[in-house]
Design a protein. Structure first.
Length: 119
């Protein structure tokens, strides 16, 4: 699968911070093409963690953005300053391996908001 900026993906295995051998499926937004890697931003259904992300915000699954993104849960967009936000890079070759799935896309307006909140 070829990913593009604004795509919303489901990564089949995303390692936990505490134990890299454990993980779970995770939604992520492709923010930027970095050459051989993509810059991704994590999304979580744990909306009660909003207080940990001062610039984060919630998108409801039934909103226009939630539907366009293919969200199945109300979700927290984990924005914030470096060290707080959930950004990570992934080598492009990993985004071609199934079962990574494209679920939807972010609108230009939403991507601009995210990029503004995740400097």
């Amino acid at each position: 699968m070829l990913a593009n900026p604004r795509d919303v993906l489901v990564l089949p295995f995303f390692p936990h911070n505490e134990n890299k051998q454990e993980g779970e499926a995770r939604y992520a937004i492709v923010l930027e093409d970095l050459g051989n890697e993509w810059l991704l931003l994590g999304i979580t259904s744990q909306v009660h963690h909003l207080q940990h992300y001062p610039d984060g915000f919630i998108i409801t699954k039934n909103s226009a953005d939630g539907k366009q993104m293919g969200l199945i849960y109300d979700s927290l967009i984990c924005c914030g300053v470096e060290g707080v936000r959930k950004t990570f890079t992934m080598n492009k070759k990993f985004l071609t391996i199934p079962p990574i799935q494209k679920k939807g896309t972010c609108s230009e307006v939403l991507l601009d908001k995210i990029l503004h909140l995740c400097p």
